[in-house]
Write a protein that binds this ligand. Structure first.
Ligand code: FES
Length: 209
């Protein structure tokens, strides 16, 4: 993991352990600044699942007694700020992914892009349908559309080249197969479904949802 902008000197390795049964997660810094520290977060459900109380413990090694209060305050404030930012970011991420998810259309053929020759001459093409953005490229003689939004943290997939059907997000390096949408670099996420690109018998290129 790197701080942004990427800087090898400030890289650090963290381990996240999730214990669903006990509703807690433990973040341990294994290497880099703060190595040896751990943050234990317990979530307690209050009021019939509508509210949670989170209790956070910070374990910081090699601290003198007179440093504890100040370091504790620093960790608490930092944690609260990052937590609030995460909540906002995750809510925004979910709403963007929801918006990007195609609705089922009655009319399956949604858009004519032009003749095959014209379309090939304009590749790669980015199209916006409603609030959804897709990029169309040609790979192995086939036109493929894929979402330009990385499902990790909404990175811009439309800015990267496609190689062997794989597009890599410029932000954190997640890689996706543009044919299946699946993440091929180990993360449990996938691109939102894209329209199919079809070439009709009259050589017109159409998008089908
Ligand atoms: S936004 Fe993180 S890998 Fe794309």
């Amino acid at each position: 993991m790197w701080t942004q902008p990427y800087d090898e000197r400030r890289s650090f390795l963290i381990e996240l352990r999730l214990d669903r049964e006990l509703r807690r997660w433990i973040t341990s810094t294994l290497k880099g600044p703060g190595a040896g520290s751990e943050i234990w977060t317990h979530a307690h459900v209050l009021g019939g699942r509508r509210q949670t109380l989170e209790v956070v413990d910070f374990f910081v090694p090699r601290l003198e007694m007179d440093q504890r209060q100040e370091v504790g305050r620093y960790y608490s404030e930092l944690y609260a700020r990052l937590y609030d930012e995460d909540i906002r970011m995750m809510a925004e991420r979910q709403s963007q992914l929801d918006r990007a998810r195609p609705r089922v259309a009655e009319d399956r053929e949604s858009m004519v892009l032009g003749s095959l020759t014209e379309v090939r001459a304009r590749l790669p093409i980015t199209i916006e349908i409603g609030k959804r953005k897709f990029r169309i490229v040609e790979t192995d003689g086939e036109l493929i559309a894929y979402s330009t939004i990385c499902p990790h943290l909404l990175g811009p997939l439309g800015e990267s080249d496609v190689r062997d059907d794989i597009v890599e997000c410029p932000w954190h390096g997640y890689r996706y197969d543009i044919r299946t949408g699946r993440c091929v670099s180990g993360a449990n996420c996938a691109l939102v479904p894209a329209p199919q690109v079809r070439v009709r018998q009259d050589s017109r290129v159409v998008l089908r949802f």
